[in-house]
Design a protein around this ligand. Sequence first.
Ligand code: OSB
Ligand code: MG
Length: 360
Amino acid sequence: MTSSLDAVELLRVRLPLVRPFTTSFGTSTEKECVLVRAVGGDGAEGWGECTAMERPGYSYEWTGSVWPMLRDHLVPATLAGRESGVRGHNMAKAALEVALTDLELRRSGISLASHLGADRDRVPCGVSLGMEDHVEDLLALVGRFLDAGYRRVKLKIEPGRDVDVVRAVREAFPDAPLSVDANAAYTRETADALLPLDGLGLEYVEQPLPEDDLSGHAHLQERMRTALCLDETVTSSLVARGAIELGACRIINVKLGRVGGPAEALAIRDLAVAAGVALWVGGMLETGIGRAANVALAAIPGFTLPGDTSGSDRYFERDLTEPFVVAADGTMAVPAGPGIGVDPIPEVLEKAVVERAMLR
Ligand code: OSB
Ligand code: MG
């Protein structure tokens, strides 16, 4: 594979969301993210979407931090062919790694899914629903996504909006595969509020405690029958190893951005499979560019649970790429074309771009 890289373009884009998305860390009404376009000397290009959000609420990274990180550190180092020496900033690193990988794979005609070792061409899909002010609205949404075939519905919770809401959903949908995600909103002091969830037949409770609290999660897992799933906590394979060794979770949500890219995601997969920890691919309301990479990851061995790989129409009126579609059986096709297998639609992209920078 040739590796000539001429330039890297950064594009900050905004797309309205079809419905506000509320978690314990805030409400988003539009998707804002940074796209990375790697341009080869041969005219080939590669795309990566940075998962960092418009505010540093989910993690310390946000669009305002990844922009200078990529512009001043990561991209110049890559263009000069040297190591960046940057600690942390996984989401910025992952976006660049995916764009460079996409560039190489497009040149050689190999899909990202095959490159990662995918053994299937469709993946089971779940949906993550934000908190709603009215429980009737939430019930209607849950019903709509179950009717559409989604294989799992995740409900966002926070202190004061947890067991009662989940119980109402469970009563309305007795057999539905349900999970909850607290986005680190509880503490060791308030975690007892979660214990009654054990009676509600959930697939798992995602990230109840702060990201740094490995032993707190281990202690809570001892007290709950329901599996704990870690999201925010797992920023590397080393953290995954610690979590597994301590018994802090039985399931891991893997996000390419949070762990710093495909290589680290594969390392986590290897550890988790060896330890009998189940995996699924998480999401950050990605556009089709980021979704393509997520779906490729979801197709590899070890990822057995439905991911937050929902259809484009769950997020956007019009996605940046051709839409990802969830079929009636709750599965989605894995892009088979070279690289990530999708391209931004030029006129949709143009309308979405709010800032761009070309680095040579
Ligand atoms: O915690 O999984 C999360 C969205 C943004 C940030 C964090 C999370 C989420 C979601 C939505 O749950 C997943 C998706 O549909 O992309
Ligand atoms: Mg989560």
